[in-house]
Design a binder for this molecule. Sequence first.
Ligand SMILES: [Zn+2]
Length: 244
Amino acid sequence: MKKVAPHLGLAAGVKIANSWLLTDSQGRRFLIDTGYFTDRPALLAHLWIAGVRAKHELTAVLLTHRHSDHAANAAWLRGKFDCPVVCHEADAPFLRGAKAPPRMAVGRAPVYQEWLNLFEDAYPARSAVDETYSEGAWKWGFNVVPTPGHTEGSVMLFHEPTRTLFSGDNILAGLPPLRFIEHLSLAAPGFSQDTELCNRHVHKFLSDLPQTDCLCSGHGPIVLEGTSRKLKLLLPKCAHAISS
Ligand SMILES: [Zn+2]
């Protein structure tokens, strides 16, 4: 596990999407997102190195949304560490298999994205969900910012004690395959159900942005320098996206 800040580790072996390990001041450990199926060996290795090895050493798995590059290992982690899986209430029926997700490969995305969408349609993530969040102050210092539109229940999670924003796919810090190059952008339309709706919620959050020291996005590098300023620079793009 690559330590990227005193309280944060990045499961660097995760090839497509990020999986973040947050350790709070009480020693509780949260995994925010879980990577794709193929990331499982790397994820396990990085957790082992970080000292997460036995049951109950992970406090909870928190999901920003149900897409398989974020949620595919949730069920496996739940079994391995006997920890709860938590997501937004609107994504829970899809993860539980009670509702079929709408098709993603519908011809709106560039070809390479359509390939990924075909995989998502064929192998959606499934997991038991132990608890759901909805909106606002939750527990353990997390504030839930719903950003429906990427998925039904996509969220950003703001950890107040460490001023860390886990933005999921709603604010991207870089794009695969250039995932080490910092470039902040909004949700990708080719992977989102309703980008305008998502951007409206992101705009609302950015308009009243709390001091943010770390940005941990679903994709791309961690942002630790000038984070609030860089996030604010997205506001005009966001305003343009929702007005055009
Ligand atoms: Zn996604």
